[in-house]
Write a protein that binds this ligand. Structure first.
Ligand code: SAM
Length: 189
């Protein structure tokens, strides 16, 4: 059955291959684990980040997509103003320490359209503040894009980190002590 929740995408601006390789991978993994449908990488092209995300999705299941976008401003403008994938504009939300307080603002965001969550790395172009319909702060102190994304998604999705359906992959069995992983449906046949 089709999901009733509109699609949710994370756009990573300004990736720097050497400096950001771990944090951008962590950002993508956090996007996946906390219920996003896709991760859009921009800045320097980096097949390693995309490979990490594809490999985790293959092993642990779900339908998470990750791709590189050479022209993120064009992608964002199109998403917010024209076509979020179904021919109508979506809602773009920029996470920034300069934005409005998240607890008050998140409940005012429409939930019936696809959303794109934009996070920066190197200096964020000023036009991002104008293209996005919402500029939201997870507190007004500088911290990390990974932390900001996790807090936002945990608050946005009803079950936060437990929201996603990762069918088709290996399953971790929660336990008090030790580790157990069940093989995916495919490999257990
Ligand atoms: N001067 C940047 C800014 O606008 O927040 C700080 C760069 S920070 C290392 C990289 C990204 O983390 C930012 O572009 C933003 O998306 C996110 N970020 C950092 N602190 C945040 C906060 N307090 N609220 C929301 N997002 C934050």
């Amino acid at each position: 059955m089709e999901s009733l929740i509109p699609s949710l995408h994370v756009l990573r601006l300004g990736h720097r291959r050497e400096r950001d390789k771990r944090i951008t991978s962590h950002l993508g993994l956090t996007a996946r684990a906390f219920g996003a449908d896709s991760f859009v990488l921009s800045g320097e092209e980096d097949p390693n980040v995309l490979e990490t995300l594809h490999s985790v999705s293959e092993r642990f299941g779900g339908n998470f997509q990750a791709k590189y976008e050479e022209k993120p401003m064009g992608w964002l403008r199109r998403f917010a103003q024209k076509d979020a994938g179904d021919g109508e504009p979506g809602v773009a939300i920029h996470l920034t320490m300069y934005g409005l307080p998240w607890k008050e603002t998140i409940p005012t965001i429409p939930r019936d359209r696809p959303i794109a969550i934009v996070v920066g790395g190197a200096k964020v172009p000023g036009e991002v503040f104008g293209i996005c319909q919402y500029n939201i702060a997870i507190g007004n102190q500088p911290h990390s894009e990974v932390a900001a994304l996790a807090v936002f998604l945990q608050s946005w999705l009803p079950d936060g980190a437990d929201a996603s359906n990762f069918s088709g992959g290996m399953t971790v069995v929660p336990m008090e002590s030790g580790k157990q992983i069940l093989p995916s449906d495919d490999s257990s046949e």
